[in-house]
Design a protein around this ligand. Structure first.
Ligand SMILES: Cc1ncc(COP(=O)(O)O)c(C=O)c1O
Length: 432
């Protein structure tokens, strides 16, 4: 807990501050503010950065303390660099000219546009389903599909590292939430057997992701889907991090596993590869669209995706499905492999599969905060992930690679990291 000493900046985690007690709802957050301010004062608050330039492999960003960092950027989610693609900017301008900037209503009323309708049709075909519904955010799609499908007497069996939108949807839908150890299909099988024995009539939703966003690892989805069918459960897979960015035709790990169109329900986000905000839910079920439009809070009670967002996602999908997309995916994979190998060669532990996410493990809170400060001093932009988003002492950089990163940028990052690690470990050994 924050104790007013300089040490607070290097110890504690967000989890220490989220259950502060007291009747004053706002005063409960004072210690949280003090802790972040102490961190800022010591240069170890890397959060809430403000971009001062457009997203790219080089960028300029301002930290909360006002310091400006300029250099190689591994902190943005723009996996194929489409956010600065001229065809996408032109599609956005055309959409503004034709439809204006705003959807001006819920998709249940008159917020859909010819563009959002075309996007749903094109995405359904790309994903191999008969139906797709787009949302204004990926978060709303994930939260909304779980919360709308699952009723209080139903059960959710969810990978313990699933994204917050899925976890929150599950917790708000039912008390019967069974988190299973990360990637363990054996654990899913045990839970499904038990739940079915005890509740033959309950609905069961099994929830996982293709590529996990903190570890870049992947479940065995073929086995999981077969398990769900055997026990009368429905499988939902979040494809936010690989759709468009992985696979010969950009259909992600579902394509690599020969499962395109075969998983019960997929959901995803446009915010990683498709250069805009927004998300979707796709399936072969005839009742899905009207169920979501009429009963899913984040869709029904929120304005629809804007015409500009829909036009951007459509133009991104054109690129993803064309030769340029295949080339960009090749470059992205090469960038990821280069960064992973360079960090491994320098003696760092790197997790998961080669995807746009490269988790580089740093260890405890103090070391990881100091390492991140040193990156800012060296002009490197990278995001630090700490507890409670990951286990204590498993703090890591979640480096985000883009197709256009080059070897010089990779080299600068890895050399800066190796030099920082050597400096910090020397300081620690001198102090002990
Ligand atoms: C796995 C996963 N699902 C869903 C989301 C939410 O997507 P969006 O940024 O479009 O709200 C994210 C983004 O953080 C994510 O990483």
């Amino acid at each position: 807990m924050f104790d007013g000493s300089g040490n607070a900046a290097f110890s504690g985690t967000l989890a220490d501050y989220i259950s502060a007690k007291g009747p004053d709802l706002l005063a409960r957050w004072d210690a949280h503010q003090d802790w972040f301010d102490a961190r800022m004062g010591r240069g170890v608050d890397p959060y809430c950065k403000v971009a001062l330039t457009r997203t790219g492999t080089l960028a300029q960003s301002r930290l909360r303390c006002g310091r400006v960092v300029e250099g190689p950027n591994f902190a943005s989610q723009d996996y194929l660099n489409l956010s600065s693609h001229p065809a996408i900017a032109e599609a956005a301008r055309n959409a503004i000219n034709e439809f204006g900037v705003h959807s001006a209503g819920s998709s249940a009323l008159m917020g859909c546009t010819a563009l959002s309708e075309e996007l749903e049709r094109r995405l359904a075909a790309f994903l191999g389903y008969s139906d797709c519904t787009v949302f204004p955010t990926g978060w709303g799609a994930g939260y909304g599909i779980v919360k709308t499908l699952v009723r209080p007497d139903d059960h959710v069996v969810i990978d313990c590292l699933s994204h917050a939108c899925l976890q929150e949807g599950a917790r708000n839908a039912t008390r019967n939430v069974h988190a299973f150890p990360h990637l363990s299909n054996d654990a899913v099988a045990r839970r499904l057997t038990r739940i079915r024995d005890e509740n033959p009539d309950a609905g069961i939703l099994v929830v996982t992701e293709t590529v996990f966003s903190m570890d870049s690892d992947v479940p065995n989805l073929r086995e999981l889907q077969a398990l769900c069918r055997r026990h009368g459960a429905t499988l939902l897979v979040d494809v936010a991090h690989d759709l468009g960015a992985i696979g010969p035709t950009g259909r992600g790990y579902l394509e690599l596993m020969n499962l395109v169109g075969q998983v019960d329900i997929v959901m995803g986000s446009f915010s990683k590869t498709f250069a805009t905000n927004g998300g979707f839910v796709a399936s072969n079920h005839r009742a899905m669209k009207l169920m979501l439009r009429g009963h899913c809070g984040p869709l029904l009670f929120s304005n629809a995706i804007s015409p500009v967002q829909a036009a951007i996602a459509l133009a991104a999908l054109d690129i993803v499905q064309g030769e340029e997309g295949a080339e960009l995916r090749g470059q992205l994979l090469a960038s990821s492999v280069a960064l992973r190998s360079a960090f491994k060669d320098a003696g760092f532990k790197v997790g998961g599969q080669p995807t746009a996410i490269v988790p580089i493990y740093l260890g405890d809170a103090r070391t990881s905060r100091l390492m991140t400060r040193e990156m800012h001093e060296a002009g490197i932009l990278v995001n630090l992930v700490e507890h409670p988003a990951v286990a204590r002492n498993a703090c890591r950089w979640r480096a985000q690679v883009m197709a256009k990163h080059d070897l010089e940028q990779v080299g600068r990052f890895v050399s800066a990291a190796a030099a920082a690690r050597d400096r910090i470990s020397k300081e620690i050994s001198c102090a002990t």
